[in-house]
Write a protein that binds this ligand. Structure first.
Ligand code: AMP
Length: 611
């Protein structure tokens, strides 16, 4: 294997690479760098994301660019704003010891005047998204008449995103003499057409097989139903306390919905999609890079090409419409020599697509089991113990308190102390997952009418108040809580009807529930309240027309924000704080299906997953 110097790069570049920790070239760099330095032939490179392709095209350009001139010599087109910014920043880092090299990045959604000023000051290398690049060409702020290099990065995605016209316009503004470098992970017909029409006898290089996935990524699929998809997602997150993941969704709406639900459920998550403003996107990405946000829920387009290393997981909440996109998604992990896991949540109906993906990536999927409560608790417990082991004790800060603490804990043995401390951290979580349903049992009897079902461990109560009494699920939960039946009671499905309603309570507290209501004789909207145990209907006992229940919620997790952790800030931090404090009490776990049935503040009862 060669060194960067042996590939023909000069010392200032080599020095910058050393600073970045690049010890040796990657396969694509080894092939592309000498090729571009020594030949003006066009180049068609099959390169997976994460293989080091940014350096593969930008290092030789830096090597050859004339830094005594200020005119634009290279234009690099990339499909998204994020990717363009990333490439621009990478090149600036590579050119750290080349003070006369100027790089300007241009993209929509940002101040065009500022970009024009940057271009006027002179930049040998311009990185841009197609739309803004055309805009700047039209305003004569960007002159490409003398460029030497045109790079089309992620050409397939640019075409997918409908940038064909913009590409044509940019290409028209460039001279015949330029060298075109086309990098793409997939080569569908449209990209081949660009290569045919705009490139002259391109040299082809590849970093591995076309369209195949990285060797560093293992692929797993989990069978889910529409009802268990989100629960399975949370369990995967709960099983991996150090998860650092992108969850891919197909639409902006699905993305926002999954992100909102995760945030409400106390996870360190945020959404990235095209409906967010540029400032919001930058802020989300900044937090994700700093790992303040652990889980990024994103659309394909928004997350395309994002250079975030050390992701532990890529999760396909739904498979992409175009199977080829699976390669891009999974390529977000297993980068820069690290290993990663790509998980697909698929229904029975979608399972057939796994085979098609296997043929494209030339790798086999392993069927995973949605983790159960015991497994999750065990992992989280060990994680906690590891954290205890690793924690630095700041003696001087705590020593004033220690004598009275020792005094209070006097008499407890080491074992008792450990047990109490573990229980303190764990009781609510353990009870949350206690009896957690096996989500791998897709034939679950629970799926009754309306996709909801009965639960053997719950008792269904009739209550003589309903919508006409201004009852809603939140108020009903408040009413149940007010009866102080027991700490930590599980409330299951709720059906509010016009003049009466139903709710489910953990069977263990059947008697206590009846007694509490009868002793307290509560009133609601001026009516005396009474409850009775009902017989279940077949298939779950739901009545047509009843509101969606609160049921079917899944558990909380340790991988979640703790109130002591930094808030992710931004527009949701207030919400997060609220939810964090309630989740510490083992409280709120809003159901993505719960309509407007949101948790009332102060509702501190545990709502366990349906078993
Ligand atoms: P890319 O495919 O250009 O998005 O690069 C993927 C990741 O690998 C980026 O974080 C790069 O900084 C990193 N990288 C690229 N080339 C090398 C190299 N030769 N040695 C170590 N890391 C690299």
């Amino acid at each position: 294997m060669s060194t960067f110097l042996e590939l023909g790069l000069k010392e200032p570049i080599n020095k910058a690479l050393t600073d970045l920790g690049y010890e040796k070239p990657t396969v694509i760099q080894e092939k592309a760098i000498p090729q571009i330095i020594t030949s003006t032939d066009d180049l068609k490179a099959f390169a997976q994301t994460g293989t080091g392709k940014t350096a593969a095209f930008s290092l030789p350009i830096l090597e050859l660019a004339d830094d005594t001139k200020k005119n634009t010599q290279a234009i690099i087109l990339s499909p998204t704003r994020e990717l363009a910014v990333q490439i621009g920043n990478n090149i600036k880092e590579f050119a750290k010891y080349m003070p006369n090299i100027k790089v300007v990045t241009v993209y929509g959604g940002a101040n065009i005047e500022e970009q024009i000023r940057g271009l006027k000051r002179g930049a040998q290398i311009v990185v841009g998204t197609p739309g803004r690049t055309v805009d700047l060409i039209n305003r004569r702020a960007l002159k490409l008449g003398n460029i030497e290099w045109l790079v089309l990065d992620e050409a397939d995605e640019m075409l997918n995103m409908g940038f064909k016209d913009e590409l044509d316009k940019v290409l028209d503004a460039t001279p015949e003499t330029k060298q075109t470098l086309l990098f793409s992970a997939t080569f569908p017909r449209e990209v081949e057409a660009i290569a045919r029409n705009y490139m002259t006898k391109p040299v082809e290089i590849t970093s591995g097989q076309k369209n195949t996935g990285s060797d560093d990524v293992s692929h797993e699929y989990y069978l889910v139903t529409e009802r268990t998809r989100y629960q399975a997602l949370k369990r995967i997150a709960d099983l991996n306390p150090n998860i650092y993941a992108i969850i891919f969704c197909r639409t902006r709406r699905e993305t926002q919905e999954v992100a909102d639900n995760l945030i409400k459920d106390g996870y360190n998550a945020d959404a990235l999609h095209g409906e967010l403003s540029q400032a919001q996107r930058d802020s989300v990405m900044g937090k994700f890079r700093k790992k303040t946000v652990q889980i990024l829920v994103a659309t394909d387009v928004a997350a395309r090409g994002l250079d975030v290393n050390s992701l532990t997981h890529v999760i396909n909440h739904k498979l992409p419409d175009q199977i080829e996109n699976y390669t891009h998604r999974s390529g977000r992990t297993g980068r820069a020599g690290k290993t990663g896991i790509s998980i697909a949540l698929v229904s029975n109906k979608e399972k057939g697509r796994i085979g098609s993906i296997e043929r494209i990536i030339k790798k086999k999927f392993v069927q995973g089991k949605v983790p159960g409560g015991k497994e999750i608790c065990q992992n989280q417990l060990m994680h906690l113990i590891d954290k205890v082991n690793a924690i630095e004790v700041k003696q001087s800060e705590i020593e004033d308190f220690l004598p009275s603490i020792y005094e209070k804990l006097e008499g407890l043995s080491r074992e008792e102390l450990i047990q109490k401390f573990v229980s303190l951290e764990f009781n609510s979580f353990l009870s949350y997952y206690e009896n957690a349903r096996d989500l791998n049992d897709l034939s679950s009897k629970e799926t009754g009418r309306n996709g909801r079902g009965s639960n053997e461990n719950m008792t269904r109560f009739f209550i003589n108040i309903g919508r006409k009494d201004s009852l809603n699920p939140a108020r009903l939960i408040g009413l149940i809580n007010d009866q102080k039946i027991t700490d930590n009671i599980e409330i299951g499905a709720i059906d509010i009807l016009d003049t009466f309603s139903f709710f489910e309570i953990d069977k263990k507290f059947e008697e206590q529930t009846l007694n509490s209501f009868s002793e307290n004789q509560p009133e609601f909207s001026g009516r005396g309240v009474n409850i009775e145990i009902t017989k279940k209907e077949r298939g779950g006992g739901r009545r047509r027309g009843g509101k969606k229940p609160f049921g079917n919620r899944d558990g909380g997790g340790f991988g979640r924000r703790r109130s002591s952790e930094k808030s992710s800030g931004g527009r949701r931090s207030e919400n997060n704080n609220k939810n964090r404090s309630s989740s510490r009490r083992g409280g709120d776990r809003p159901d993505r299906n719960s309509n407007n049935d949101r948790k009332p503040s102060g509702f501190g009862r545990k709502r366990r997953e349906r078993r």
